[in-house]
Design a protein around this ligand. Structure first.
Ligand code: FUC
Length: 792
């Protein structure tokens, strides 16, 4: 496939005029609340920018600022009661099992303490950089976030002067940079100060764990230490230390330190540089009392920064290199409207192809901003953006869908480097996970449960009906396999993925036990976070054995593990013994009404519209329910339709998952319907996903679902346009990645594939299918081949 043909195709259709709309979120008014502000991030530092002409706020995050401490939170009594809990569950005595398990298996508030942990502590906002600009009336206001460059630009006129502000989070410079500019010399007058607000106590309430002061004539410092007070949330005391700074440099006018503020008078241009540091110790998932974050800041500040023009050019180059790998256009409506106005129209029932592709690219943008070097932690429930001291669900790493969903588009969206923080973080948890596996289950290998924090907690937290999920580990490790499968880097498989996988496979082997039916099952277990009606009592229960999701996750994981062992020629006896384990797992079965059974028995679910649709794991992200398993495939559709008919999809991430399910069911219309529903019910004006409240997984999951509608891949096969919605009649996409290490570029018109090519990262044979036709190609490493045989 030649580029020329694509260009000809694009040019031939006037509908592609919308391509001229740049990838931007833009608005005609400043943000007045956090959910209207726009995000920048470099993986380590994040900020939400209001772009307000008078009272500007830039809310800053640093990925590692967490309350809490590192300790092993596994309940020391667990192993003592494990066998009894299992026997009670096998005997159908669920309520008694809960009574015994709850005090003895739930995570504890200090190592080996008898006190149960209510919940671990939160990821925290770092600080606000505030600007009190001397501006009264203003007009011609505009603000925009350019997704290609990662730069937020705002401008307005006041008193005949045009003011422009640019903000970006630079990965090359490892700083957040702000530039204020006035079209008239000396027209900038502003006061800069730092605050650390506690939103739960009202917007103006300062959190009392820090102090601010000026340092020299052009720098403000904020230094502090988190103090943890509630013993039910883990050990009390003074814990993580932090230091943040803003440094101002002016052209024209002057800067004076006044109290703990900087007064900038009569300047023409001001560049503000924001930095933040903590004494977090990533390798040990702890903090280091010997490290002073202020010293880290001073060291970083001692390295001279390039001039603003260079900082900006470096940012644009660095960011665009990642963003531009994938281009996605849908033909149609080319109106150039502000993003919030577009969204309102869609919420009123319109279809907006540009907004659809913008949401897709926003997913990629947000992943770049929250999961890349210089950052080290993966994207949390809010990516990296959090304005709370106590965030919803602690803004943690939730492993019963949310953390995994954050990475669903990482490989297909051609951003493999964003997976490294996930892999490195999980690897650092393994030593603690080994202690927990032994302590709770007497098992080899390692495990964590349904959630973890920056300190790598591995116990069974919160309540049994949230936390009983060692399979969170198994599911997370599927991303280790995927990182290999999409990139085919054998060294990564050998040195990084395989050791974590084999260790967890050992855990599975030891953890599973024989059920009364003769299956090998996980127990105690639950189906996230649903409950069933216990036939013995008529009451809702969630604790059980062998729920369908666990069986599917284990089967899918072990299948990949065995493949990995064979690729590397390692532990072959053990790996083959895992096939025996797979054979003894409960199969995925249909219940009396033809839906997939969620539990080992055909129980009635307490909440038929539940947001988790766990028993379809093998439809997506797994692959063992597919058109080659027609009964299960039909059962999966019934299951999904039933959930939706009972109010399912009410959280953003649940809707995002549903989009992926329907794509796998090859139902483009349902894909479309659910994207529209997501816009309608679960997207804020800054295009953040709404759980409610804000939770970023729905952004990532919906972007993944759009790719899944356009391309699906399994070992050795790629299917093009498997679930193309009728509304997406003409379009093109380039650079999305398929398993095996292939980049796909294609264009379609009036629902027909018109051009397609594939570029191979590593070489190798692959069969590409479209609309009943297929072609097998065998490109060399780095080669691009046209897929002529399947073009209409
Ligand atoms: C899971 C979900 C909730 C929420 C929480 C962070 O437990 O069931 O809906 O997304 O994670």
């Amino acid at each position: 496939m030649k580029k020329i043909l694509f260009i000809a195709l694009l040019a031939s259709s006037s509908t592609y005029a919308q391509q001229k709309l740049p990838l931007k979120l833009w608005y005609k008014q400043p943000a007045t609340k956090w959910m209207e502000a726009l995000p920048v991030g470099n993986g380590r530092l994040g900020a939400m920018v209001y772009s307000h002409p008078q009272t500007e706020t830039i809310q800053v995050n640093e990925e590692s600022l967490w309350a809490g401490v590192h300790y092993n939170d596994a309940n020391p009594n667990s192993l003592r009661v494990l066998d009894s809990v299992r026997q009670l569950l096998f005997a159908g005595k669920n309520a008694e099992a809960v009574k015994l398990a709850r005090p003895n298996m739930l995570a504890v508030a200090a190592e080996n303490s008898p006190t149960l942990l209510r919940n671990f502590r939160s990821y925290q906002t770092f600080m606000n950089v505030n600007l009190l600009n001397h501006v009264q009336e203003y007009s011609n206001y505009n603000r925009e976030l350019n997704l290609t460059t990662g730069v937020i630009t705002s401008s307005y006129s006041s008193n005949g002067v045009t003011y422009t502000q640019q903000v970006f989070a630079s990965a090359p410079a490892n700083k957040i940079v702000i530039r204020l500019n006035a079209s008239k010399a000396g027209a900038i007058n502003t006061i800069v100060f730092l605050t650390r607000p506690d939103d739960s106590k009202g917007a103006s309430n300062q959190y009392k764990d820090c102090t601010t002061r000026t340092d020299g004539t052009n720098r403000i410092l904020l230094t502090g230490q988190i103090e943890d007070k509630d013993p039910n949330q883990g050990p009390e005391g003074k814990h993580m230390k932090f230091a943040g700074s803003v440094t101002a440099n002016n052209q024209g006018g002057q800067i004076n330190a006044v109290g703990d503020s900087l007064k900038i008078s009569n300047a023409t241009t001001v560049v503000l540089v924001i930095d933040a540091a903590t004494n977090y110790d990533f390798a040990h998932l702890s903090f280091d009392d010997n490290v002073d974050p202020k010293v880290l800041l001073d060291k970083a500040a001692a390295k001279p920064l390039p001039a603003y023009a260079t900082l900006l050019a470096d940012q644009e180059k660095d960011h665009a290199a990642l963003m531009n790998r994938v281009q996605f256009n849908l033909a149609g409506n080319t109106e150039n409207l502000p993003t919030d106005e577009r969204l309102k129209k869609v919420q009123a029932g319109a279809y907006d192809p540009y907004l659809t592709t913008l949401l897709f690219q926003y997913g990629r943008y947000l992943l770049i901003g929250s999961s890349r070097a210089p950052g080290r932690l993966p994207a949390n429930l809010q990516g990296i953006w959090n304005n709370h001291i106590n965030a919803p669900w602690q803004s943690d790493f939730h492993t019963n869908i949310n953390l995994q969903m954050n990475y669903w588009q990482a490989e297909t969206g051609n951003l493999p480097e964003t997976v490294s923080p996930l892999v490195n973080f999980i690897n650092n948890i393994i030593p603690e996970g080994e202690i927990t596996a032994a302590k709770m289950y007497g098992a080899r290998g390692w495990t964590l449960h349904h959630a973890t924090d920056a300190f790598g907690k591995t116990g069974l937290q919160n309540e049994l009906h949230y936390g009983t999920f060692p399979m969170g580990t198994t599911w997370t490790l599927m991303h280790f396999w995927d990182h290999y499968d999409y990139n085919r880097n054998r060294k990564f498989l050998a040195d990084t993925a395989y050791p974590a996988m084999v260790s967890h496979a050992r855990f599975i082997k030891d953890f599973l036990v024989k059920s009364p039916e003769g299956y090998l099952v996980s127990v105690p277990a639950y189906s996230p976070e649903n409950s069933f009606i216990d036939p013995n009592t008529g009451k809702g229960q969630s604790l059980t054995y062998g729920p369908t999701m666990d069986n599917q996750i284990i089967r899918e994981f072990l299948t990949r593990y065995i493949t990995a062992a064979h690729i590397l020629g390692r532990d072959l006896l053990f790996a083959d013994s895992m096939q025996q384990v797979i054979n003894q797992l409960p199969p995925t079965r249909l219940g009396k009404d033809g839906r997939i059974m969620e539990w080992v028995k055909d129980y009635e679910e307490a909440e038929p519209g539940h947001r988790h649709i766990s028993h379809l794991f093998s439809l997506y992200p797994g692959n063992q329910i597919n058109p080659q398993t027609p009964d299960l495939f039909a059962g999966a559709r019934k299951t999904l339709d039933y959930r939706l008919a009972h109010g399912g999809g009410h959280t953003g991430w649940s809707r995002a998952w549903i989009i992926n399910f329907y794509a796998r069911l090859r139902d483009g219309e349902k894909v479309y319907e659910n994207i529209q529903a997501l816009f309608k019910k679960s997207i804020y004006s800054n295009l953040f996903d709404d759980h409610p409240p804000f939770q970023i997984d729905g952004n990532f999951g919906s972007a993944a679902g759009m790719t899944e509608a356009l391309m699906q891949s399994e070992a050795g096969t790629i299917e093009l346009l498997p679930a193309l919605p009728a509304a997406w009649a003409s379009g093109n996409i380039s650079g999305i990645k398929a398993r095996g290490g292939y980049e796909i570029t294609m264009a379609w018109q009036n629902h027909q594939l018109k051009a397609a090519s594939l570029k191979s990262t590593n070489g190798g044979k692959v069969t590409v299918m479209y609309n009943g036709k297929s072609v097998t190609v065998n490109p060399a490493k780095g080669q691009t081949v046209a897929l002529k045989g399947i073009i209409q």
